[in-house]
Design a protein around this ligand. Structure first.
Ligand code: SF4
Ligand code: MG
Length: 334
């Protein structure tokens, strides 16, 4: 099947006074309908910037400098989101209707001074040909679907009157009100307690099936990945260092970084799911990217004269694809 979105060689850079931060540096990814792609990585690895690039909501001084983001719409046309004119009708339509995004902090997309129901109703009226009364009905139904009790009453609540978990649900209801074909969720459950987190993840999985929606879920939490992922892409310093289906990634990770991430996870009930465990050394400063493989300063397998010379690209390795010279035998044979 054809992907919903094909990202090719995406590079998003930040032009700061101190130099160019290569936040996203050559990412290739496919996002499919009715499938959840988890983007896994430590904070600052570029996963949010990559997601924001898709919607073209990267803040200045960030800029897409290269690559393409081909979106295949419902009528079979292809649009390169990386090149669509900013502020164009085409981009606005896709952003509001085809692709929706939810964030860790619901208040960033819920306006504080308007009742929840009204906000959802307005979104529906903007994108669907329905009457006001119908829009209200749809909104109440959505609030019900996302697990908000007494939805007809909550319709008239202000965001501040809801708990964090309920606000998160309201934001999801709003994101889903236009029946998007792709939902991008950036750490949607990080701020929530474990029970609410599980409910929200279940909800997203359920709605994914029902709407045949593609989901791209960004997280630093391996527990979340294990729970919801179909496919996984592991990011490090703006690059995808490994990608594959969730079983292969967990069973037989091929990249030293992925292995380190998985090995240092507490087995059961560790209660430390909210942060990735420590890996030897530190992520280099973004303005001091190592030459060659960006992971080499922390890698136990780094090979002098190889890993510092050129950048490994994603190559079939085991059941996944990994960007590591350990798997590129032709290079070591030279
Ligand atoms: Fe380690 Fe070299 Fe592989 Fe990079 S390319 S992960 S430094 S072995
Ligand atoms: Mg982030």
């Amino acid at each position: 099947t054809e992907p919903l979105v094909e990202i090719r060689n995406l590079r998003t850079h930040f032009f700061t006074d101190d130099g160019v931060v290569k936040a996203v540096e050559g990412v290739d990814l496919d996002i499919f309908a009715n499938r959840t792609l988890c983007i896994l990585g430590e904070s600052g690895c570029g996963k949010s910037i990559m997601a924001r690039s898709i919607l073209r909501i990267v803040d200045a001084p960030g800029k897409i400098v290269d690559g393409s983001i081909i979106y295949h719409n419902a009528t079979g046309q292809s649009v390169d989101l990386a090149r669509a004119r900013n502020g164009s009708r085409q981009l606005r339509d896709i952003r509001g209707q085809d692709i929706a995004m939810i964030f860790q902090e619901p208040m960033s997309s819920l306006g504080p001074i308007q009742k929840i129901g009204r906000q959802i109703t307005e979104t529906i009226l903007l994108h669907r040909k329905v009457t006001k009364a119908e829009a209200k009905e749809i909104a109440i139904d959505l609030l019900d679907r996302v697990g908000i009790p007494q939805p007809a009453r909550r319709f008239d609540s202000y965001p501040f009157e809801l708990s964090g978990g309920m606000r998160q649900r309201a934001m999801i209801a709003m994101a889903l009100s236009c029946q998007p074909r792709l939902l991008i969720a950036d750490e949607p459950t990080t701020a929530l307690d474990v029970t609410t987190q599980a409910q929200i993840l279940d909800l997203i999985a359920e709605l994914k099936e029902e709407l045949q929606m593609g989901v791209m879920l960004i997280t630093h939490d391996l527990g979340v990945v294990a729970e919801v992922a179909g496919d996984v892409a592991v990011m490090y310093m703006g690059k995808v260092v490994e990608k594959g289906d969730v079983f292969s990634i967990f069973e037989a990770p091929q990249h030293p970084y992925t292995r380190a991430l998985l090995e240092s996870v507490p087995r059961m009930g560790g209660g430390r799911r909210d942060r990735l465990p420590a890996i030897r050394g530190m992520v280099p400063h973004p303005l001091a990217r190592p030459s060659g493989c960006t992971f080499r300063t922390r890698c136990d397998h780094a090979m002098a004269g190889i890993c510092d010379r050129s950048e490994p690209v994603l190559t079939p390795a085991g059941e996944t694809q990994a960007a590591c010279f350990l798997h590129i035998t032709e290079m070591t044979d030279d």
